[in-house]
Structures are given as C-alpha cells and as structure tokens.
Design a protein around this ligand. Structure first.
Ligand code: FES
Length: 367
C-alpha cells in the first residue's frame, strides 16, 4: 500500500540541505519491516565522526542548475595537502566569513584526496548562509571547515547490507549525498536505480552528470509530472532493496510510511529541514545579560524564539546534532532533547536551543 505525498509544500522544498533527525522519531513507531538509517545516534555516531578543523581555499565555482540558484564549490587545502578521507553521505561544516556555520554534503569523488566538492542552493528567505556562500565565496576565498562527518551512512550490498540492489530517491539539492552514493554503487557493480525530483528542470542541479547514468535515473518534475506519490518514487522497488532518500520532510515521511508495508526493504534517509516540534508546550526564557523575556510558543523552538531577540545567535543544523547552538541555563530546569551533550554537559547547564525546551517554568540563559 502506498500513500500520497502531502501536497502542502514547505517553503524550502528541494532547497536547503541540512541533516535531519525526524526519522529518529519515526523510527520509534516504525514496524520491524523497516530498517532505518543510523540517525538514531546522530552526533555520537560510532563511525565517520571527525572533528578535524582545517583551512581550505575555494579553487573553483560553477553554477550547476540552469536557474543559476545552485553553486558548486571546489575546496582544496591552501598548502596542497591531502584532505581527510570521507565516505558517501558525509558532510562538512563550513565556517563562513560572517561566523555562520553551515553543513553541506560532499558530492565529489571520495577517491580525490585533493579536493572536496559541495553544492549550495540559494535560499532567499533562509538564515543567510546560502546567500553568503553564493555572494561572498569567490575563487581564492579561504575559510575553515570541520569534519568530514557522516550521519547518512552508505552500506552497499555485501558491505553491511543484506539488500541485493539499491534505489536512490533525491529531491532537488538532496542529490548531493546521493550523487556520491550512486557513483560508489557504480564502481562496486551494484544494481541500482534512482528517481530524481525537482520543481522544474531548470531548478535541478547536476543534470549533466546524472545523464551519464542513462536510464537508471528517472528525472521527474512537479511542473511536468505533478507532485510525486510514494508509488512514483518507489517504482520498481521490491524486497531485497535498500532505499536511500535525501529530500524534503514530506518526501522522506511518505516513503517511510509506504516502505513500512513492504517486506525486506531497508530505508535510509536524510532530509532538509528541522523536524516539527512534537509535544511542545509554551514556556519563557530570560536572557540574563539584559533581563529580556522571550516567549517560546508551543510549536516553535527555543532557538527560533531566541533569534528574534538575538539575530546573530549561532546555529547550524537546527536538529540537535552539531552543537553550534549550545547555551547555558543558569536557572530553571530544561527538557534536554539532544543526542549530543553528555550528562556532565547537562549538569553544567549546557543545552541545545534548537531542540531542547523548558518544562513550563522560565529558563534563565547565560545570554
Ligand atoms: S543548531 Fe545544531 S545542535 Fe542546534
């Protein structure tokens, strides 16, 4: 049985690419038929975690979608040294000149130790990171990166998966980790197929590279084919298949729902935007430096509320795994909802504003 993909589209559909723990929540309700990606321990992943911080320089930039809204950057070591190894699905943290930290999947060739490649869609109404990448990161710009880290592990058949074939589903800029996975599958000689979606052909990045894969890839656009159903995205998928999806929330949720009813199908996913707040109750935070009171609504994050008062408050993933938004609670009892901080971090008052909340009382933050 398949269910239609919801027709209410988020503003960043096919757009901003960040990492997502929604499947962590969905996993708790999934049936045993579905094997989810290892997002459960995101932030404490047993492998692929790398906290290296090192300089890179932009050595090339190319517009990779016809609408010019997606730029691909080639990043190399300024000294010509080899860059840390990575596997398909990995991402790096980019420290932008403004101080913003943003995460982008690596979409180049893991065998190329001389360069990383990322691709970034311009999001006019986002947090400003993508605009900064587009407008400020010219060839020759030096910046720091951290990682690579891998929270979207690729385990091809015979190397950690009992599946016999792979099926990739990519939505817009979600092609970035999927592209590296497809190339890896190609090299390994694993049978695979892909459905690649976007609003229009003009908005879909890397069409030229995708064309090299021939008819294994089905490109479909909302404009020409309508919004896809889960059945459209899973066409030809049966048992013994591992499905890897990177796209918007509605896409991953619809696929997970459909795959739950399919025997022997693994599901691994990563999505763009933060999970909606679940079981939220309103509370207030007081910013200790000024005494300002900020009300946090039931359906918004503490980070979103803080940003109204402190627009430059640092954040990155907005999903509780990068640690960028850490704040210290000096009074009140937080409801910690992250998977990154340790018990001793929590005991010191640290909490992650993008996911953690209050218990109804006022939290006083060291801000
Ligand atoms: S912004 Fe990444 S943990 Fe909060």
């Amino acid at each position: 049985m398949t269910r239609p993909v919801p027709t209410v589209l988020p503003p960043d559909l096919y757009g901003k690419h960040v990492h997502d723990p929604t499947t962590r929540v969905l996993d708790r309700i999934a049936t045993a038929k579905v094997t989810l990606s290892t997002l459960i321990n995101r932030g404490r992943l047993p492998s692929g975690v790398n906290d290296h911080r090192f300089p890179v320089v932009v050595t090339d930039r190319v517009l990779v979608a016809a609408d010019a809204d997606v730029v691909s950057l080639r990043l190399e070591s300024p000294s010509g040294r080899s860059l840390p190894r990575w596997q398909p699905g990995a991402h790096i943290d980019l420290e932008l000149p403004s101080g913003r930290i943003r995460q982008y999947s690596l979409c180049g060739d893991p065998a190329d130790r001389g360069a990383y490649r990322i691709a970034v869609r311009r999001i006019p109404d986002g947090g400003g990171g993508s605009i900064e990448v587009h407008d400020e990161l010219a060839v020759g710009t030096e910046l720091m990166v951290r990682g690579p880290r891998n929270a979207f592990l690729f385990a091809p058949p015979g190397r950690g998966s009992t599946a016999r074939r792979l099926h990739f589903v990519a939505g817009g800029i979600g092609i970035t980790p999927i592209l590296a996975m497809a190339r890896a599958a190609d090299r390994l000689g694993v049978p695979w197929t892909m459905v690649y979606c976007g609003r229009t052909l003009d908005t879909i990045p890397f069409l030229d590279e995708i064309a090299e894969f021939g008819d294994r890839v089905t490109v479909r656009t909302d404009a020409d084919h309508g919004i896809p159903t889960a059945a459209d995205l899973l066409a030809g998928v049966d048992g013994d298949t591992a499905v890897y999806c990177c796209g918007p929330t509605v896409m991953t949720a619809a696929l997970l729902s459909a795959i739950r009813d399919m025997d022997g199908v693994e599901f691994h996913s990563e999505r763009f935007s933060p999970a909606p707040v679940v079981d939220g109750a309103p509370f207030a935070v007081r910013l200790a430096a000024t005494g300002e009171i900020v009300e946090v609504g039931a359906d918004e994050t503490m980070l979103a509320a803080i940003l109204r008062a402190r627009p430059n408050q640092p954040y990155s993933c907005r999903q509780g795994f990068c640690g960028t938004c850490v704040v210290r609670v000096v009074a009140g009892s937080p409801d910690h909802r992250d998977t990154v901080l340790t018990d001793s971090d929590h005991a010191e008052g640290k909490t992650l504003a993008c996911v953690s909340r209050g218990h109804g009382d006022t939290l006083v933050l060291d801000l």
